[in-house]
Design a protein around this ligand. Structure first.
Ligand code: NAP
Length: 287
């Protein structure tokens, strides 16, 4: 068997067309969606992510403002910038690009962002809303994973889902989203015993562990749907997922490649969240 490919680029294109149309409809009502991205320091990967986010906004007609601050920025200086953005009417979404330098308390910064503008979905209020089954802004990568599954018409309800990785950004919200869709969910982490026995039980397997090619074909249920969130830069410069694509594609029914699977969806869901934030702040009906 060879798994069908879940094409994140193609799904992103479809979703971005819808986002573009919605942005235009907002403009006809005199509303220009605005996203502010704050970057502290010179992390090379972050620079690329921030540039990609700004370009995606431009393509969609969303106004993006990138605020670059030096590595030496103090916690108070960063909080001050966040506060000013919280108050601005033309900025509907605020994102502080992580990681931020160690001398700044990340948790405090995230908690200072107005939850209505928290387009990353990291604020405790938004995490709580997701957990209580009434989500507003959802962490972009797991949200994108859900959209991928939905796009291909795969039925989640009643399925056994296993999420490997329990970060606040990916693993935990992913598990909650699958639970909300009525899957039976198991979360695995670095202390999990007999991991392969658990992953082999999964109809839906989501892997986000930061370990290149870790999940191999013998750890996967035949015919299952495998979402590989991992993005690991190898010594040879190539990008590898957390799933060993070649062996798993022979066993699974569906699989995301890396690159071109989950990756393109993350920025798309950021754009989607920015629109959600506009609707909420401008009291418009979602369309
Ligand atoms: P993270 O914060 O480093 O968390 C890794 C998780 O994996 C932890 O929960 C850890 O368990 C678990 N883990 C580590 N080794 C394990 C093992 N041997 N068996 C089972 N679980 C294990 O990572 P993250 O931020 O969630 O990111 C995960 C991956 O996704 C990374 O490769 C990252 O680059 C990628 N990513 C991609 C996108 C995208 O847009 N495509 C977005 C975000 C992240 P403990 O909790 O016990 O330590």
């Amino acid at each position: 068997m060879s798994a069908k490919i879940i094409d994140g680029k193609a799904v992103s294109k479809v979703l971005r067309e819808k986002i573009f149309n919605k942005t235009n409809a907002l403009k006809e009502q005199g509303i220009v969606p605005g996203l502010a991205v704050v970057m502290v320091g010179e992390d090379p990967a972050s620079k690329i992510y921030v540039k990609n986010k700004a370009t995606a906004c431009q393509d969609m007609g969303i106004k993006s403002e990138v605020i670059r601050m030096p590595h030496s920025t103090s916690q108070d200086e960063l909080l001050d910038v966040v506060e000013k953005l919280n108050k601005r009417k033309d900025i509907h979404g605020i994102l502080v690009q992580l990681p931020i330098p160690n001398h700044i308390n990340e948790k405090e910064v995230i908690e200072r962002i107005n939850p209505l503008k928290d387009v990353d979905g990291f604020h405790p209020e938004n995490v709580g809303k997701l957990l209580s089954g009434n989500p507003y802004l959802i962490s972009c990568t797991p949200y994108g994973c859900l959209k991928l599954i939905e796009h291909y018409g795969y039925k989640i309800e009643g399925k056994t889902a296993v999420v490997v990785g329990r970060s606040n950004i990916v693993g935990k919200p992913m598990a909650v989203l699958l639970l909300k869709e009525n899957a039976t969910v198991t979360i695995c982490h670095s202390h999990t015993q007999n991991l392969a026995n658990i992953t082999r039980s999964a109809d839906i397997l989501v892997v986000a562990i930061r370990k290149p090619n870790f999940i191999t074909g013998d750890m996967v249920k035949p015919g299952s749907l495998v979402l590989d969130v991992g993005m690991n830069r190898l010594a040879n410069g190539k990008l590898a997922g957390d799933v060993d694509y070649n062996s798993v594609a022979k066993v699974a029914g569906w699989i995301t490649p890396v690159p071109g699977g989950v990756g393109p969806m993350t920025i798309t869901m950021l754009l989607q969240n920015t629109l959600e934030a506009v609707y909420e702040q401008e009291n418009l009906l979602r369309k």
